[in-house]
Ligand binder design. Structure first.
Ligand code: NAD
Length: 260
């Protein structure tokens, strides 16, 4: 079975891991609905670059903290392409602070985007996937979906939550041609990680260079950042026929981090 001509929604694909996965999908000839919080004109160059690689590529700006905007994103893809075959729940944010100082608004925002938006998107795409008897749902969790680090209470809670959501929906859809899996990346040098370096330095009272060396890559036995290309490859594999029996799993792509 070829993936060319199938349709994928990749949330948070204006940047970082989502953009890398969208690029991998574009090279495989998929039609793609890109998404991000940025306005369409800010993403137009990337959208056009991806479209030149393969299938049709559209972009919908949506604030996925609002469930109605999540449903709107799925509907825009269904209207444009006739259905959603592959959903990648990737949009996410981070905030780093000790739990006693953790702003309540940041907790709510991280749970809304990193966990609840995936529930709303899954709920919106599953009926169409069931009707067509085929679907792939890939949730970008994190090594922090499997283990914790200090100062990331909301993020770790949301990422553990999405691993549980993955397993539950996998069980519910196991007999109808749909697989549901989580990918658990280690550190990837994207804007999300670059932004948390100063806060981690402050929380731990160390330099930013020391954060990269002694905090981020300290957990990663390979001492290498994971690349977006490696994650795109994992996502494409999960979409393939060879991965049809992989469902409900949380796949670490983290340089050996969770082997500790
Ligand atoms: P990034 O900051 O580079 O990109 C985040 C994306 O999310 C952007 O496209 C942005 O537009 C979108 N986004 C942010 N707020 C949004 C909102 N309210 N509504 C819709 N879209 C919104 O981040 P990244 O590092 O590529 O992270 C992507 C995912 O991978 C996240 O879920 C993150 O938790 C996860 N992850 C990242 C790493 C890492 O080291 N970078 C490791 C493990 C997991």
């Amino acid at each position: 079975m070829t993936l060319a001509g199938k349709t994928a929604v990749v949330t948070g694909s204006s940047s970082g891991i989502g953009l890398g996965i969208a690029e991998g999908f574009a090279r495989a000839g998929l039609n793609i609905m890109m998404n991000g919080i940025e306005p369409a004109d800010a993403v137009e160059a990337e959208r056009a670059r991806l479209e030149a690689l393969g299938g049709k590529v559209l972009y919908t700006s949506a604030n996925l903290m609002d469930p109605a905007e999540v449903r709107g994103l799925v509907k825009a893809a269904e209207d444009a392409f006739g259905g959603v075959d592959i959903l990648v729940n990737n949009a996410g944010i981070q905030h780093v602070a000790p739990v006693e100082d953790f702003p309540e608004g940041k907790w709510d925002a991280i749970i809304a985007l990193n966990l609840s938006s995936s529930f709303h998107a899954i709920k919106a795409v599953v009926p169409g996937m069931k009707a067509r008897g085929w679907g792939r749902i890939i949730n970008i969790a994190s090594a922090h979906g499997l283990v914790a680090s200090p100062f990331k209470s909301a993020y770790v809670a949301a990422k553990h939550g999405i691993v549980g959501l993955t397993k539950t929906v996998a069980l519910e859809t196991a007999e109808v041609g749909i697989t549901v899996n989580a990918i658990c990346p280690g550190y990837v040098l994207t804007p999300l990680v670059e932004k948390q370096i100063p806060d981690t330095a402050k929380a731990r009272g160390i330099s930013e260079e020391a954060v990269k060396r002694d905090v981020l890559l300290a957990a990663q036995p390979t001492k290498q950042f994971v690349t977006v290309e490696q994650l795109a490859g994992t996502a494409l594999f999960l979409c393939s026929d060879d991965a049809a029996s992989i469902t409900g799993s949380a796949i670490p792509v983290e340089g050996g981090w969770v082997a500790h």
